[in-house]
Design a protein around this ligand. Structure first.
Ligand code: BJW
Length: 247
């Protein structure tokens, strides 16, 4: 529960920004990035698969990892945490939702204009041209190739060492630099440049609220920490925001 002072600041905020990470989708059954991987993928660390180097060394292996995750996210449903953020968008004049997630669950929940910093797992790109490709063949054995130029195909996500989509990053930085309240939800706050956004907001005087069941490197900088799963904490916060009780 948020105390009366912080609740007042949130209630009267003109611009609110939320930055989400894998934790918000955990209750939809999508494993977080730094969870121990399961089954077929237990012997790999996710960090070792999500790089261009890993992909070029063994494209089919990395492709298969994304096939598996794409199926998982397609079957997953938005949870009460995603749905609460849709309501937040209705509640504030200006509400910007920035996500590091590639699963598309915010948009499927009904959030509009989501800034996807790390791309989307639902898209496929030509590795060389970086253009979207939809008409490809996957025989399940060999690495799928671009039907136009024959280059390898890759998922439309941002790997370590790659630049974030410039327009998305610029919008995110502008929103962080001009908000009154920043919520950091379900992220380990380890991966840059996303992890720096809440600190940008805080430096400009925003109230920084972290929602996470475990401490992160951001925790010491947060003005308030709501410790718990996003699927419980965010609906609670929404109820507090809507009610007249200042406690
Ligand atoms: C719950 C919960 C519940 C559980 N409710 N919460 C500056 C300093 C040092 C290094 C760098 C730097 N700038 C750039 C770098 C290099 C690198 C980086 O940050 N490295 C660090 C690891 C040190 N960054 C990059 O390379 C980025 N590119 C870039 O900056 O380009 C320019 C450049 C390059 C190189 C050098 C310098 C500049 C690109 C980063 C791309 C990240 N890509 C991935 C993969 C996407 C595709 C895919 O999904 O496969 O994005 S990595 C992975 O981490 C994924 C995530 O979006 C991202 C963040 O993870 P997230 O969301 O925080 O998840 P988890 O699993 O870490 O945490 C889950 C949290 O949820 C936990 O805290 C739980 O407690 C919590 N939780 N259940 C709420 N129910």
């Amino acid at each position: 529960m948020l105390d009366a002072t912080a609740l007042h600041r949130l209630r009267t905020a003109r611009r609110v920004v939320a930055l989400t990470g894998a934790g918000i989708s955990a209750e939809s059954g999508v494993p977080t990035f730094r969870d121990a991987q399961t089954g077929l993928w237990a012997k790999y660390r996710a960090e070792e698969l999500a790089t261009p180097e890993a992909f070029l060394e063994n494209p089919r292996l990395v492709w298969n990892w994304y096939v598996w995750r794409r199926q998982l996210t397609a079957q997953a449903q938005p949870n009460p945490g995603h749905l609460a953020l849709v309501q937040f968008q209705e509640r504030f004049d200006s509400f910007t939702l920035i996500t590091q997630n590639v699963d598309g669950l915010h948009a499927r929940a009904g959030s509009r204009d989501v800034i996807e910093l790390h791309g989307s797992i639902a898209t496929t790109l030509c590795f060389d041209e970086r253009t979207p490709v939809t008409d490809f063949v996957d025989d399940g054995q060999t690495s799928p190739r671009c039907p136009r130029c024959g280059a390898l195909l890759r998922p439309g996500v941002v790997w370590f060492g790659e630049s974030l989509p410039p327009a998305a990053l610029q919008r995110a930085e502008q929103a962080a630099a001009s908000c009154d309240v920043m919520l950091s939800i379900g992220t380990s706050s380890l991966v840059q440049p996303a992890a720096g956004l809440p600190l940008v907001a805080k430096r400009r005087g925003a109230l920084l609220i972290e929602v996470n069941p475990s401490p992160t490197p951001l925790t010491p900088h947060a003005d308030r920490v709501l410790s718990g799963p996003a699927g419980q904490v965010l609906p609670q916060l929404l109820r507090q925001l809507g009610g007249t009780d200042l406690g």
